[in-house]
Design a binder for this molecule. Structure first.
Ligand code: RFL
Ligand code: PHB
Length: 393
């Protein structure tokens, strides 16, 4: 079997790349180890920056995002029993769209299949190898499907296979540097059939821990609680979850409790920062979570994945037109944005989570920093700029 671009992973990165390449007349095959239903149901990100939202529209896959997504012109920072609105529109002229990653994945799968795209579910890539052909080394993906081993020969391979995929490990260890940071807490993610009690996202810093109030629709709330690493969701019966959310989202003199309703999904997400440099070796390229991870506090992971593949589709198109320059610069260009997002996500995380290992001094600094953002237009502007879309250098 042969294709121009072999893509491992049918997450947002792999699917959008396959669609963007199709629009440029470049064929690809997407190999995905899970089944379609699993990919479409995996609860994850919700915030789409202005730029990636525009790119989805420009690629003809933004109709439902425009119809069903909701435009958010700000967020609330809540601490010390008070809420402080960060007005994105006033500070940056931009906004973000709340549209679940599950829906982006559904839209992209439907569109690829409608366009005759070659998506292979339950096809697990097991190795990426170089094969000598006409004096050049071409990449080959080995994969298993239905118990059989098969091979896919390609001009390029793009590993969009997430943090636990095989792509990153296929880069030669002596050419690669990785940078990593862990955090002394995780997030408990909660999906509930309950009408959101607020219109905008609330990022709450409370002595008991961070809480995030987000939503999926007029009927579904998406909530997160900071929990210790190693937490088993079974330690969090539904009554405990609601009581904790009530406490952490409390506002002085007002009822800020979230509306309650049946909880349909609970999961624990560890917090991690991670970068691989470079994101390319020869004809093997990395994109999205395969190359970099951010803690979810800055809402950047999905956006970085989409930005990577926008760059990559342009670079691969140029390469096929005889210009290798953009592909040669792919890693360096992508990493500039990645590092900005790494810093912003780290900054938002350390700003909003009381660190169980921090000293009382550091705790006070955190509160002072929050007060500064609430009081200073310049400080709030920096948060808003980074949140809505990282300014190009
Ligand atoms: P994905 O989505 O992990 O997809 C990788 C795919 O590769 C498949 N795969 C393989 N397939 C074949 N062979 C193999 N050997 C394979 N190994 C793996 C996997 O099955 C999977 O289908 O990576 P991608 O496409 O790079 O997309 C990245 C995003 O999913 C991720 O960055 C975001 O979800 C992060 N994130 C958020 N990002 C935002 O921009 N805004 C947010 O609000 C936001 N909130 C979040 C988040 C991530 C979270 N979790 C659970 C990690 C909230 C949470 C709770
Ligand atoms: C979400 O709605 O899932 C969400 C929103 C903002 C974040 C992280 C997750 O920072």
């Amino acid at each position: 079997m042969r294709t121009t671009v072999g893509i491992i992973g049918a997450g947002p990165a792999g699917l959008f790349l396959s669609h963007l390449l199709h629009l440029r007349g470049i064929d690809s095959v997407v190999l995905e180890r899970r089944d379609r239903g699993h990919c479409e149901a995996r609860q994850r990100a919700g915030v789409v920056e202005h730029g990636p939202a525009a790119a989805l529209r420009a690629a003809g896959v933004g109709d439902r995002l425009d119809r069903e997504g909701s435009v958010h012109e700000g967020i609330e920072l809540r601490f010390g029993g008070r809420g402080h609105r960060i007005d994105f529109r006033a500070l940056t002229g931009r906004d973000v769209v709340l549209y679940a990653q599950t829906e982006i994945v559904k839209d992209l799968i439907a569109r690829r299949l409608a366009d005759g795209g070659d998506l292979r579910f339950e096809a697990e890539a097991t190795a990426i190898e170089d094969v000598a052909e006409d004096g050049a080394a071409r990449p080959r993906i080995r994969f298993t499907r239905g118990g059989r081993e098969e091979v896919l020969d390609c001009e390029h391979v793009v590993a969009c296979d997430g943090f636990h995929g095989i792509g990153r490990a296929a880069l030669p260890a002596d050419r690669v540097r990785t940078f990593a940071k862990t955090y002394p807490f995780s997030w408990l993610g909660i999906l509930a059939d309950a009408a959101p009690a607020c219109e905008e996202l609330v990022y709450a810093r409370h002595e008991r821990g961070f809480a995030l109030y987000s939503m999926r629709s007029a009927e579904v709330s998406r909530l997160y609680l900071q929990v210790p690493n190693g937490t088993d969701p079974a330690e969090w019966p539904h009554e405990r979850i609601w009581a904790e959310l009530d406490a952490r989202l409390a506002v002085d003199g007002a009822d800020a409790r979230p509306n309650r309703g049946p909880i349909t999904d609970v999961g624990v997400t560890p917090m991690r920062s991670f970068v691989t440099e470079p994101m390319r070796h020869g004809r093997l390229l990395l994109a999205g979570d395969a190359a970099h991870i951010v803690p979810p506090t800055g809402a950047k992971g999905l956006n970085l994945a989409l930005h990577d593949v926008i760059l990559l589709s342009e670079a691969l198109h140029a390469w096929h037109g005889g210009d290798p320059g953009p592909l040669d610069r792919y890693s360096e260009t992508a990493l500039r944005r990645v590092w900005r997002a790494e810093h912003f996500s780290y900054w938002m995380t350390t700003l909003l989570h009381p660190d169980p290992e921090a000293s009382p001094f550091e705790d006070r600094l955190q509160l002072s920093h929050l007060e500064h953002i609430a009081a200073s237009r310049a400080a709030a502007g920096s948060l808003a700029e980074n949140y809505t879309g990282i300014p190009e250098p």
